[in-house]
Design a protein around this ligand. Structure first.
Ligand code: C2O
Length: 531
């Protein structure tokens, strides 16, 4: 029997998947944190910060934390800002789902229970937090274990008045899925769908990490928009005022975390299903074949608890095929999406190629690893995000601008795909994780950002950034980097009026009036990457 993970918004009425999930949460929360299959230990595997957990009373007063070999092996493992982001979270979900299913079967529930997923990118309705998570009581009047008051950080929409609804800009996935390579580089070009090569990375061992494209959007913004942490006209820097989902050290305590990650895991499958042409058998969007990824990490093995409390290890190569017998699950919807040839051909036609030439070139785009990106220009000096709208200009190097223009000047006899262009936000630091910004390129001065998607480069969230900002050590915290593919925006500008000398970059706070001058970007740069 293959387990089927279903869309939470499409469960038929009367479906009991979530009811049983809630009962299992109750059961697992009843186990002590020293039990590796307890709700608490499972969440601590993602991250645990003792003072914060005590502040939230997750660790009862007077109790000491277990610190045995199981905790050392299992706790504090989540992989962010690294190419292990996807495989680690897949293994994590799998261990969790088995333990939850086991509890459900024990309670007399369905043997085929599987974790549902929250596909917030589907339509307007699905951007709302699923209602089963938003009410503190069940219809029966009993406590609803899928609701947690600590989900709602200070300033977050109080659930009783209006539900949490995600902004569409934070959950668009077109650009994310169009990313061609799993592995990115930190060199100014694409950051890769799955992230940049690193060792085991829990976010606090060293700094200067780069978000992979899927992690940038929609992963991080969904965390922060659910958790909140906005306070008056600023952002809370007190971890006890920040909703659980906003902080990696508390995120997995919230039952919605697991549905968010099931969707992220599903998007990995969706991405892999994309082809060069419909029905093509070759893998164009493919996982790394580098043994450092497949058999990694070398420095600390991923470890998970089995249903019986024993601990096992796994590597990326063990979790690549969800339909293999050891994983044995599918998602009820893994749409194959647009094929690469159609996407590239559409771009070439927008730049002026004839359909025939466009398809000709698009059918032969190189899938060799991207070339070293070249700097087109960068602003100088740190930018503080002290206002809710901050604009900066990036002046382009004349010579580089000329070269980019040349490749964008598509002639009818085009031979090769033009360069792609990337916007990089480098050394982003923040004293809090509770911030989200919409990033715009060349947004006209009179345009209302809330309904512009044409100039939207993407969404930047601070999920996990505060830790990466305050590290001690020789270089101090240098924050994180985020990279956005702005080819589409630059193409349009070029087709309209040619490349200007400057590019405008505007960061707009997701919650009007709410930002902090402690949030800064070390440098904003624009790179071109030859294809
Ligand atoms: Cu490891 Cu969405 O977090």
């Amino acid at each position: 029997m293959m387990f089927v993970r279903k869309d939470v918004w499409k469960l038929p009425s009367g479906d009991q998947t979530l009811l049983w999930y809630g009962r299992a949460v109750e059961r697992l929360q009843g186990l002590p944190i020293s039990d590796v299959t307890s709700w608490w230990s499972l969440a601590a595997m993602h991250g645990i910060d003792e003072p914060i957990w005590r502040g939230f009373n997750v660790i009862p007063a007077g109790a000491t934390l277990p610190a045995g070999p199981a905790q050392i092996t299992l706790w504090r493992q989540c992989q962010h800002l690294t190419w292990y982001f996807l495989p680690w979270h897949r293994g994590y979900l799998l261990a969790f789902e088995r333990i939850v299913r086991n509890a459900i079967i024990d309670l007399g529930g369905p043997k085929d229970w599987a974790l549902p997923y929250w596909n917030y990118s589907a339509d307007a309705r699905s951007r709302q937090l699923p209602p089963a998570f938003a009410k503190d009581k069940l219809v029966s009047g009993q406590r609803n274990y899928l609701f947690v008051a600590q989900r709602y950080g200070t300033g977050q929409v109080p659930q009783a008045q209006s539900p949490i609804v995600l902004d569409p800009r934070a959950v668009t996935i077109t650009d994310t899925l169009a990313e061609r390579f799993f592995e990115g580089s930190a060199g100014g070009g694409s950051a890769g769908f799955g992230g940049v090569k690193t060792p085991f990375w829990h976010g606090d061992e060293s700094n200067d990490g780069t978000f992979g494209v899927l992690e940038t959007q929609p992963h991080g913004p969904v965390h922060v928009l659910v958790g909140g942490g906005f306070k008056g006209n600023g952002l809370s820097q007190d971890p006890l005022e920040i909703g659980w989902m906003t902080n990696p050290d508390t995120a997995a305590l919230d039952p919605i975390f697991w549905l968010h990650h099931a969707n992220i895991d599903r998007l990995w499958n969706v991405w892999l299903r994309q082809k060069r042409r419909p029905n093509d058998s070759a893998d164009v969007f493919a996982n790394p074949t580098d043994p450092d990824w497949l058999d990694g990490p070398q420095d600390r093995e991923f470890a998970m608890p089995a249903v019986d409390g024993t601990i096992y290890n796994f590597k990326a190569r063990d979790v690549l095929d969800t339909q293999s017998p050891s994983l044995n699950y599918i998602y009820d919807d893994e749409p194959a999406g647009e094929d690469l040839t159609t996407l590239v051909a559409a771009r070439l036609q927008r730049l002026g190629a004839t359909p025939e030439a466009a398809f000709q070139v698009a059918g032969t785009v190189s899938m060799a690893p991207p070339k070293q990106a070249e700097l087109l220009g960068a602003n100088s000096g740190t930018i503080k995000l002290a206002d809710d709208v901050v604009e900066t200009k990036v002046r382009l190097d004349k010579d580089q601008q000329q070269r980019l223009s040349t490749t964008l000047s598509v002639s009818p006899s085009i031979q090769k795909e033009p360069d792609k262009v990337y916007l990089n936000l480098e050394n982003v630091k923040s004293p809090t994780d509770a911030a989200v910004f919409y990033v715009y390129v060349n947004l006209p001065g009179d345009a209302d950002p809330s309904d512009d998607t044409e100039h939207l480069a993407g969404t930047l969230s601070m999920f996990g950034v505060s830790k990466a900002s305050k590290r001690e050590g020789p270089t101090g915290g240098s924050g994180i980097n985020a990279s956005f593919d702005i080819t589409r925006i630059i193409d349009a500008a070029f087709a309209r009026e040619g490349l200007a000398e400057e590019i405008s970059v505007k960061l707009v706070s997701a919650v009007p009036g709410v930002t902090s001058e402690g949030i800064s970007i070390g440098r904003i740069s624009v790179y071109r990457q030859e294809q």
